[in-house]
Design a protein around this ligand. Structure first.
Ligand code: PGA
Length: 248
């Protein structure tokens, strides 16, 4: 499985960042799961540039276009220049600040152009009895897949992150049955763009309230290929316990 540690803006000292890297290296060395760290900008370059471990690195965001006079922005080429291979795009915390589906598409195109693997976050804000949230999710996915070239459609990692679960504890998160249904639904949508074989093997992660307590239940039989972990990835002991809880 692929486990992405989204540190958000929760890790705020170099010492803490280095502690997390040391713990993450140990679990990456076990070679059971692939560990990708997504530190905030200043720490990303510091940690990833000379990385010789089995860890991989991701940016937490990327600018809309290729840079220039854009104060505060981080481009794809900057990310690849510090040896990041992935970038998180369209996280709900960015969308909450005004990022639209159209923005997410531009960022995905930009990432692909810079040879980064985009990790595109999608997910409903809330669930409704009439299941409108399914159409909402489909439209988030459609915007991205319709806007990129066919050759790139298999090179995207999708992260299903229901906004209502993000930042919550395991007991308030999604259950395995609902997750299974959602992953089947997402693979069905992907089948519009990819061959059935490719849609079935596309990398789909789950994120939102993943903790050591629910990591096993959410990974067995649900059809996911890994997790995008927020708060539980910012404490070395908790993150280690979480990764160890996920079966081979
Ligand atoms: P959480 O966040 O694990 O803290 O719920 C997940 C995410 O926002 O990617």
């Amino acid at each position: 499985m692929i486990i992405i540690a989204n540190w958000k803006a929760k890790v705020t000292t170099v010492a803490d960042a280095k502690k997390l890297v040391a713990a993450s290296k140990k679990i990456a060395d076990m070679r059971v799961h692939q560990i990708i760290l997504a530190p905030a900008g200043p720490y990303l370059g510091l940690l990833s540039l000379d990385n010789k471990s089995k860890l991989h690195y991701a940016g937490q965001d990327i600018t809309l276009t290729e840079g220039g006079a854009q104060t505060g922005e981080v481009t794809g080429d900057m990310l690849t220049s510090v040896k990041a291979k992935y970038v998180i795009i369209g996280h709900s915390e960015r969308r909450a600040l005004g990022e639209t589906d159209a923005n997410v598409l531009l960022k995905t195109q930009h990432a692909l152009k810079s040879a980064l693997t985009p990790i595109v976050c999608v997910g409903e804000k809330e669930r409704d009895a009439d299941a409108h949230y399914l159409a909402f999710l489909r439209s988030q996915i459609d915007t991205v897949y319709k806007g990129i070239q066919t050759k790139d459609q298999g090179n995207i990692i999708l992260a299903y992150e229901p906004v209502w679960a993000i930042g919550k504890s395991a007991s308030e998160g999604i259950n395995a049955d609902d997750l299974t249904e959602m992953i089947q639904y997402i693979r069905k949508i992907l089948g519009t763009y990819l061959t059935k074989k490719k849609a079935d093997s596309a990398v789909i992660l789950y994120g939102g309230a993943v903790e050591p307590e629910n990591a096993k239940a959410l990974s067995v039989g649900t059809g996911i290929n890994g997790f995008l972990v927020g708060h539980a990835s910012t404490d070395a002991k908790t993150f280690t316990a979480l990764v160890k809880a996920i079966p081979h």
